[in-house]
Design a protein around this ligand. Structure first.
Ligand code: ARG
Length: 580
């Protein structure tokens, strides 16, 4: 296992430099394998990291320092070769040990926990993480930004959970505000209870579109909307009952659609929950003397460093009603009180960056130092997310389209015939394609949505990940029972085997890196590369027809690759398919 080699090399360094082993762990990284590399190193020590960490003096020629240190280190039964590069020392470990140690957990059937107990991951802080994501608005469009938030938030929650945190998954619905005045008044005129029950998302959206047209020319409708919202704010039972119905039916339908996507939430919260608390927050700010009256009669908090009102945040309209941010302040405080989280992560597009930075700033000003452990993970825009029938309005539209297109592709290559449930497989594979397309680049970047490109079977796509997984499963199925006898690691010495082993050795570092910046692209790139190595292994390392001991060793390698691929896919939010 990775930690075995890291620990051994760290011990060697500790003896030479008279320091404790632990200090060297973060400076040692597994080397990313190259296809053609013949006698490649497995681990690498970075001298500049050692300098930054204060373990080595920062003065003098770094290359000289590198050569000097390398000269003091001796080879042994674990480390076969020591060489230097530019400010790095390379370690090549004993080839038999490499296979033995990397594959050890798979001998014990501990496939699912591979890499998770390494000292690198154990060094990460653990606690309760609240992740808020998806958060669509009732009766409005579920746009590409909501889709991104849903899959990115799910990835972050999965990652944190596999690293041993207690994770709370929260959906914060847009279920309050003047739009509910419109919706309530509109429903009285255009609504139909039957339709609402049959297809709540669709029907509420229709009503909302109609009422918005109507208010453009009807003063009566405008007044009705204001009246309905006032009734809601005053908790009048008729209005509240109707609103509750909207909300409940919406949540129910969302739950179904999220399930298709492999996403779930522990809590469906929403802006409405914090309506009254938001007023209390305002009073609290007032008591602390932090609330100012602006020229327009609104109540604001001054966030400018000079205190000259050059950067203010509005918390109350002049009519005394609260805003989006006011409810967010109340929601954050209430979440902290209820769940006692150690960190909270909000996932939305980058247009809300200022909103969240103001939110955290206000919370800190109010004395809530835990707000320093709140984080906004923001992402770029998606252009051109459309289906054959036009604009995407509902999450369901995208999922249906992904499934239909994938099924069409599968039928063309006639792979779907042997499947028990081709629709289901097409759906899972289609969703992986969506996810991988989205996760390939830095989250901050914008990208163009492209059905054809994302669904290619051969490119770096989610389809390729699924295809590789299914192919590995089939290989393992066909050779059921062949993995018996004593495993001989010295039979895995071809470059192709070494590439896979070296890649597996990096898994914990990839998760570590992901947990630092919460970017899914490290894991995506890692898995795609693993799949490319597996593709070569399929042709170069045959199982059928090989001597029993060779077949057995190769099968173990393939099984390890399949498990790590599946584990990584699950963290990304992809359900691996056993056949396709
Ligand atoms: N409902 C909001 C929107 O669609 C996103 C909510 C984000 N979360 C929050 N706590 N403000 O834009």
């Amino acid at each position: 296992m990775a930690c075995f080699f890291r620990r051994k090399i760290a011990a060697k360094l500790a003896r030479t430099l008279q320091q404790s082993e632990d200090v060297f762990i973060p400076s040692l990284t597994a080397v990313s394998p190259l296809k053609k590399q013949q006698s490649g190193a497995d681990l690498r020590l970075s001298l500049s990291t050692l300098r930054v960490e204060g373990i080595l003096p920062s003065s003098g020629d770094i290359q000289l320092q590198t050569e000097n240190l390398a000269a003091q280190l001796k080879q042994d039964s674990v480390v076969e070769d020591i060489s230097t590069g530019h400010a790095v020392i390379n370690f090549k470990v004993n080839r038999g040990l490499l296979a033995e140690k990397v594959l050890e957990p798979f001998a014990k059937g501990d496939d699912d926990n591979f890499g998770l107990n390494s000292e690198l991951l154990n060094s990460l802080p653990r606690g309760t993480t609240l992740v808020e994501y998806s958060s669509p608005n009732i009766a409005k469009k579920f746009h590409a930004g909501h889709l991104r938030s849903t899959i990115i938030g799910n990835f972050i929650a999965n990652l944190k959970q596999s690293l041993g945190n207690n994770v709370i998954r929260m959906n914060y619905l847009g279920d309050w505000g003047m739009q509910f005045g419109l919706l309530g008044a509109g429903f009285k005129q255009f609504g139909c209870v039957e339709k609402l029950k049959d297809n709540p998302l669709q029907h509420l959206f229709e009503v909302y579109v109609k009422v918005n047209k109507e208010v453009e020319h009807s003063e009566d409708m405008k007044q009705a909307a204001r009246d309905f919202f006032r009734q809601l704010e005053q908790h009048e039972s008729q209005a509240v009952t109707l609103w509750q119905q909207f909300r409940e039916l919406t949540v129910k339908e969302y739950q179904q659609v999220y399930k298709r996507l492999g996403v779930h939430f522990d809590i469906y919260s929403g802006e409405s929950f914090h309506q009254d608390q938001a007023q209390e927050v305002v009073q609290e700010l007032q008591r602390r003397g932090l609330l100012k009256v602006s020229e327009r009669g609104t109540r604001v908090v001054d966030l400018s460093p000079e205190g000259d009102m050059t950067n203010v945040c509005t918390l109350l309209r002049s009519d005394g009603t609260t805003l989006y941010i006011t409810r967010d302040i109340a929601a954050a405080i209430s979440r902290r009180e209820t769940h006692g989280f150690d960190e909270m992560i909000y996932v939305t597009d980058k247009s809300q960056e200022n909103h969240f930075s103001q939110l955290f700033q206000i919370l800190v000003t109010m004395g809530h130092s835990w707000a320093e452990r709140c984080q906004h993970v923001s992402f770029g825009l998606v252009q051109g997310m459309k289906t054959r029938t036009g604009d995407v309005v509902f999450l369901e539209d995208v999922l249906d389209e992904a499934r239909a297109r994938m099924l069409h592709n599968m039928n063309q290559t006639s792979t779907s015939k042997e499947l028990e449930n081709p629709e289901d497989t097409a759906e899972r594979v289609g969703i992986s394609a969506l996810i991988v397309q989205d996760f390939k680049g830095p989250l901050q970047g914008d990208y163009k949505f492209d059905w054809d490109r994302m669904l290619q079977a051969r490119g770096d796509t989610g389809v390729f990940l699924q295809y590789t997984h299914a192919r590995l499963c089939s290989l393992i199925r066909r050779n059921e029972g062949a993995e018996t006898g004593t495993f001989n690691p010295s039979l895995l010495q071809e470059q192709t085997s070494i590439n896979i082993l070296q890649q597996l050795l990096r898994y914990d570092e990839i998760l570590h890196q992901s947990s630092k910046d919460l970017q899914p692209r490290h894991l995506v790139t890692f898995l795609l590369k693993l799949c490319h190595f597996v593709a070569s292994a399929h042709t170069e390392l045959p199982v059928a027809g090989s001597p029993q001991d060779v077949a057995q060793a190769r099968l173990r390698l393939f099984r390890a690759a399949r498990s790590v691929l599946a584990n990584g896919m699950k963290i990304l939010g992809i359900t691996p398919v056993p056949k396709m």
